[in-house]
Ligand binder design. Structure first.
Ligand code: ZN
Length: 337
């Protein structure tokens, strides 16, 4: 009896296990199918909420910024994506004293979500975007839909696509940290704080893909609905640059414009967003950017002006680049140091 019984249990276990596996194997999807879960519609839905007046322009340390932090946390909780601390704490707290008095007595927080790698969990890819903006001035709300609502909601869609892969048993081999930083507008504080107080050792950080303003078209490229500026991709790692180029050639065929990647570029954009704090630590970076436009740092930077189809395509490039870096055999190296 006992043996027969154990046999039955085993059978049951195998059957439910194989049932689960058959569900997983039945749901196997291609990376293109995962990328296609990133849609203009979902980006628009999230951006209209994230850049809504109720967020009061998301100035670091203000109630509006806190509301935005909770919006991001809720998204990750809803999608079953854990915090970087492995519990329900999604906030890396930063004391008020760290902001050199720019936030008064108010501290702030980075929002940190995490997908653990299936084979090389100690190797971590950091995707980043700042979620703060410049708040309110003269009674006007600066919604910051492009700056950097676009990068923020793009990261949410990318995280969701990777989480769908995880659910199907096709999660990334290396780990991915989704780092929503605060304090960018007042001096790149959130990314500086993270690189000084990393949750995962910097030596285990494979690269940083930073997204800041990817929802609009630069007036200098008026009418061009198929480009993105890349900055920094070949500064520390030729390998990362090549992976990025290859991902684009294979999957997104965007025009990759390196105008602002020039060391002598007067705009110095390479030094003006959060990837720079990673680059300073010799971590290979790519900065995704659409250029400035008439609504830059104006109350008129609103969700109705965003190019959602183009933004979705740009997010897919970042997804495919992250997918390749996360799953390729060899770890990307800073081979230009
Ligand atoms: Zn920005």
């Amino acid at each position: 009896m006992k043996y027969a019984f154990i046999g039955l249990i085993a059978l049951g276990f195998i059957s439910c296990n194989s049932a689960q596996n058959s569900v997983k194997s039945k749901n196997k999807m291609t990376r293109v199918e995962y990328a296609n879960t990133i849609t203009a519609g979902e980006l628009k839905t999230n951006l209209y909420q994230f850049a809504d007046d109720k967020m009061q322009g998301r100035m670091t340390g203000t109630p509006g910024q806190k509301m935005a932090a909770n919006f991001l946390k809720e998204f990750y909780v809803t999608n079953g994506i854990s915090s970087a601390y492995g519990n329900d704490d999604y906030f890396q707290e930063i004391p008020a004293s760290y902001f050199s008095g720019q936030t008064g007595d108010n501290g702030s927080e980075n929002v940190v979500a995490f997908i653990k790698g299936s084979e090389k969990p100690n190797e971590v890819i950091v995707l980043s975007a700042h979620y703060d903006h410049v708040g309110m001035k003269n009674g006007e709300i600066y919604n910051g839909a492009d700056d950097d609502g676009s990068g923020t909601v793009s990261m949410l869609e990318i995280a969701q696509a990777f989480q769908t892969a995880v659910k199907n048993g096709q999660g990334p081999k290396r780990s991915i940290l989704f780092l929503h930083v605060t304090g960018e507008e007042i001096g790149l504080y959130g990314s500086k704080y993270y690189t000084e107080n990393p949750i995962f050792p910097l030596e285990n950080t494979v690269c940083n893909l930073n997204t800041d303003m990817v929802g609009r078209i630069d007036p200098d490229k008026a009418g061009n609905k198929n480009y993105i500026y890349l900055i920094g991709s070949d500064k520390l790692s030729q390998e990362l640059h090549d992976v990025s180029e290859e991902a684009n050639n294979k999957y997104t065929q965007l025009e990759l414009d390196y105008t602002f990647n020039d060391d002598n570029d007067p705009n110095r954009f390479y030094y003006r967003s959060d990837h720079y704090n990673f680059a300073k630590n010799n971590i290979p970076v790519i900065f995704y950017f659409n250029g400035v436009h008439a609504d830059y740092h104006k109350p008129t930077d609103t969700p109705d002006k965003i190019e959602y189809e183009l933004m979705a395509k740009r997010a897919k490039l970042i997804f495919h680049t992250a997918w390749e870096v996360a799953n390729r055999e060899g770890r990307i190296t800073a081979d230009k140091l």
